[in-house]
Design a protein around this ligand. Structure first.
Ligand code: 6LW
Length: 499
């Protein structure tokens, strides 16, 4: 059969995967958004369903200091003897911590804080021990994978932190994971930075603390040498074994908006590639260590991936697909199956901190059609394509002493430009915004009592990570500014699976 990558499109980076022997579970990083750490399940590695977010309480996820792309970095999920563990870093508050649960559909524990610096912590349960693996600097000041044994339920460190591998020489050695496979220990990590030079490397040893021998053909996976190729930035990866004994890798990568267009807007996404071990115990990934949009495999039954996915208020859930900026003010949102009523709280989508009245779902494909009706009273409420507080395109229903009007506003760094302004008749009953998304253009229009007015287009690239920087992707946000009350209904985002 053939399957299509990414298996989880849109801003779902730094994937980590585990299995309880029945299903696969996967987590991704979420930065300043709340709730945090997206959690997915799958029975076949191809079809993934988001079943929630791991960090649902402010005590687990204080985000008051989390500016855009800060907050939660790469998480790791592991399963051991009936219990799931998720370990991550809150780079804005408290550093490394873990939570655990015996019920994947239930609540997770309070955070167990770890007295270890650095980012990208990982766990490996083997030999009756729990190995902590992270990255930082070793005793001689070199970037290194660091390791020790811990008691995960208390965070107690049982052995001193030890530098075990300095990687392959690339910059930003990160995302390390230790595995015991057979009677050998494998250490896998990413290097090159989470950009166009990203790559996955590994080493192995007979002993958990090394000495580790690097795979002679490192990097085992990278698309950095593929020019004019849509998928770039392959790196940060994790391994899992299926019921049939086959190994798989999930890893992050991103898709350029065009073959020759070095911009990406949908963030770093989750890809799946088959892993093959040779008779000497080294493994390879994919074809020649690269990742493709379409992968042929005989390891999976025929699974039909849909050509189109429709997301509405009825089939999505607040706090699952719909997230908030930092720790939200719950009294500002009233959800029903058909609508969300949002009350402005004094904050603004232009703010770098705080939690303005805003809820968002990811732009997951480069081709999508988004529609949403709204009614509002007050200065401004609308739909925003939001990369960060300085890079967003808004269509909004506004009101001043002369009445109501619709605007399209483009915010690109220091340039903030109201590109369209259309008066809304006082007796208008029905306002609907429409956004047609293509890889390189967003096209906006408004329907006032079914009559459509073109609001023009805007280039996607100015919302891209290459322009805005950071680690997230474009979100489709619904917002209400100060002194505004708005009801959004009939939201629909039709995601067309690119290929
Ligand atoms: C993450 C690091 C990385 O912690 O980017 O791609 C950082 N890899 O491992 C943020 O996602």
């Amino acid at each position: 059969m053939k399957y299509r990558n990414p298996v989880i499109p849109g801003f779902f980076p730094d994937p980590s995967i585990c299995t309880d022997g029945k299903k696969f579970y996967l987590v991704t990083s979420t930065f300043q958004y709340f709730p945090g750490v997206a959690l997915f399940e799958s029975e076949n590695l191809i079809e993934w369903k988001q079943i929630g977010n791991v960090l649902t309480r402010k005590e687990q996820l204080p985000l008051d200091n989390a500016t855009h792309s800060a907050g939660i970095f790469a998480p790791v999920i592991r399963y051991n003897e009936g219990r799931f563990y998720m370990i991550t870093t809150n780079v804005s508050d408290g550093g490394n911590f873990l939570v655990y649960t015996d019920d994947i559909y239930g609540e997770w524990s309070d955070p167990v804080w770890l007295n270890v610096g650095g980012i990208d912590p990982s766990l490996c349960f083997a030999d009756g021990k729990c190995y902590f693996t992270g990255n930082g600097h070793d005793e001689e000041g070199y970037q290194s994978v660091l390791q020790c044994e811990i008691v995960p339920e208390t965070g107690e460190m049982l052995t001193p932190l030890k530098g075990v591998w300095r990687g392959n020489g690339g910059r930003y050695l990160e995302g390390p994971h230790l595995y015991k496979i057979g009677d050998e220990y494998y250490l896998m990590a990413a290097e090159g930075g989470t950009e166009y030079g990203h790559m996955t490397i590994y080493a192995r040893s007979k002993k958990p603390y090394g000495p580790f021998e690097g795979y002679p053909k490192n990097p085992v996976l990278t698309n950095r040498n593929l020019g004019g190729y849509l998928i770039q930035g392959c790196g940060h990866a994790d391994l899992v074994q299926d019921k049939n004994g086959n190994w798989w890798m999930v890893h992050l990568a991103f898709r350029q908006t065009g073959r020759w267009m070095m911009h990406h807007i949908t963030g770093r996404e989750t890809y799946l590639m088959p892993v093959n071990f040779d008779e000497n115990g080294w493994f390879t990934v994919g074809e020649n260590g690269t990742t493709a949009l379409e992968v042929e495999t005989d390891r999976l039954p025929d699974i039909k991936q849909p050509d189109e996915v429709v997301r509405t208020f009825a089939n999505t859930t607040p706090g699952v697909e719909w997230v908030y900026q930092r720790n939200p003010h719950p009294e500002c949102y009233e959800w029903s199956d058909r609508s969300v009523r949002i009350t402005g709280n004094g904050g603004s989508i232009n703010d770098a901190l705080g939690s303005s009245s805003f809820t968002a779902i990811r732009q997951e494909q480069m081709d999508e059609d988004v529609t949403c009706r709204l009614s509002a009273n007050g200065p401004e409420a609308g739909v925003t394509l939001y990369m960060d507080e300085e890079h967003h395109y808004d269509v909004a229903l506004c009101e001043d002493e002369n009445g109501k009007y619709v605007i399209k506003r483009l915010c690109i760094g220091d340039v903030k430009h109201v590109a369209e302004r259309i008066a809304v008749p006082a007796d208008a009953k029905d306002i609907m915004f429409k956004i047609h998304m293509e890889p390189m253009l967003y096209h906006f229009s408004v329907l006032i009592d079914q009559k459509e007015t073109d609001l023009g287009s805007a280039q996607t690239r100015y919302l891209s990570t290459e322009v805005a920087s950071g680690f997230t992707g474009v979100m489709i946000g619904l917002y209400a500014e100060k002194d505004t009350q708005a009801t959004f209904y009939d939201f629909e985002a039709i995601r067309k699976e690119n290929l």
